[in-house]
Write a protein that binds this ligand. Structure first.
Ligand code: GUN
Length: 177
């Protein structure tokens, strides 16, 4: 494979045993700690100490939908590049874009930390469809569906109403995602 060790996405899906994720893209859980902690982000309910997944965006599934998790998530890049849009539910809300990639001098980053309760959406940029984007996500405390929420039309409209200036315009561009 030489110095260019990018792996085609269909090979990644097979080699890593990835499944379609309901949020878009592909995933497999790679660890779930059996030890439990009381999650400070979920009313002290017991959760796994931590979980991890591989997550892959591909040409045929290039977009994730807007969702949030009460736990914190560390995103660590393995291959490719992806755009992450974060919506902070502050008053007023704030929209931030990050590129996960290796071109550090262009502002890209191999590590993206998303805190509790932040709305998140990922997508492949059109020029990056060939090799997709493969990351590991580490969720602390561990992933639990009760801590997870998809952004509804009503929730989106509330963010839009609370937003001001530029943020309103940025949100309008996300409206149909
Ligand atoms: N099951 C469905 N989605 C997820 C996820 O994002 N993380 C983990 N660990 N399990 C899941």
């Amino acid at each position: 494979m030489g110095s260019n060790n990018l792996v085609p996405t269909d090979t990644l899906v097979k080699e890593l045993g990835l499944q379609k994720h309901p949020e878009g893209g592909y995933f497999v859980e790679t660890d779930r700690q059996s030890a439990q902690v009381l999650s400070p982000f979920a009313n002290n309910e017991p959760r796994s100490l931590g979980t991890s997944i591989y997550y892959l965006l591909t040409k045929d599934s290039p977009n994730g939908v807007i969702h949030m998790n009460k736990s914190v998530t560390y995103h660590v890049l393995h291959q490719g590049r992806a755009e992450y849009t974060l919506i902070h539910p502050t008053d007023p809300p704030k929209v931030e874009k990050h590129i996960m990639g290796t071109n550090v001098s262009a502002g890209e980053s191999r590590l993206l930390l998303v805190g509790t309760g932040v709305w998140k959406m990922s997508r492949l940029l059109p020029e990056d469809t060939e090799y997709g984007c493969l990351i590991t996500e580490v969720v602390v405390p561990g992933f639990h569906w009760e801590d997870h929420q998809f952004l509804t039309k009503g929730g989106f409209d509330e963010l839009l109403k609370a937003a001001t200036g530029e943020t309103k315009e940025k949100l309008k561009l996300l409206e149909n995602h």
